[in-house]
Every structure is written in C-alpha cells, then in structure tokens.
Design a protein. Structure first.
Length: 131
C-alpha cells in the first residue's frame, strides 16, 4: 500500500489556527436547530438530545479549538462561557452525558471547573495525534 498524498500543515494555516468565526458559526447552527425544533413543536420531546448536542459542539469542541489554537486561551474560554445558555451549561446537564458520552462529560467538567488542566490535556492530545 502506497500513500495517496502527503501534505503539510503550516503553523498559520486556516485548519491550524484559531478563528472566532468558527465559534460564531457553531452558535448560529445550534440556534437554527433550536428554532427548527421549536417551530415543529418537537423541542420539548428532543430537549435532552439538543442539550447533549449543545454541550458537545459549543463548550467542548469550541473549548478544544480555543485550547489548541488561541493565543489568549483563558480569555477566549471565558468569553465562550459568558455566551453559553446558562440553562443548558449546568452541572446537572453535563452529568447527564455520563451514560452516553463519559469522556466528553469529563472534558466538560474540566472546562467548567479546571480550565488549566483542560487546556493542558487538549494541547497534549493534539500533539499526540500529529506525531
């Protein structure tokens, strides 16, 4: 088997840098999903699934992007947390992920309560994946 292609990720490339637009886009998508669920009168029925999606794609995935690529990690994480829906970004909702997304639940707990450890682990995981 021969590799089909080789590529290099430059330090400042789009895929290897932090851009607040990516976080903005996540908020836009999640708001659109919620609007759709409400308009179809199925939000209450799917609320727990929406909460899981919200927690995984906003604070978790957004937090990973910030931790790995942002120059102002703590400031950017704080700004992200300030924008999150306080009714969804709760300890109870994070703990509800334990049955289906245990590792993601642990990562969210670190983001919420121990940002330095989360930043360290996110950067370490990123480095491990590219070695």
């Amino acid at each position: 088997n021969e590799p089909l292609f080789n590529y290099v990720q430059r330090a400042g490339s789009t895929t290897n840098s932090f851009n607040t637009k990516r976080i903005e886009d996540r908020f836009t998508v999640l708001n659109s999903i919620k609007s759709f669920l409400v308009s179809e009168n199925i939000y209450n029925e799917l609320k727990l699934e929406y909460y899981s999606c919200y927690l995984i794609y906003l604070p978790l995935s957004g937090g990973v992007q910030i931790s790995v690529y942002s120059d102002k990690k703590y400031k950017s994480l704080k700004e992200l947390e300030e924008r999150l829906d306080k009714k969804i970004y709760t300890l109870a909702n994070i703990l509800n992920l334990r049955r289906t997304h245990f590792k993601k639940m642990l990562a969210l707990l670190l983001i919420k309560y121990c940002k330095p450890m989360f930043i360290y682990l996110a950067k370490r995981e990123k480095q491990k994946n590219f070695q």
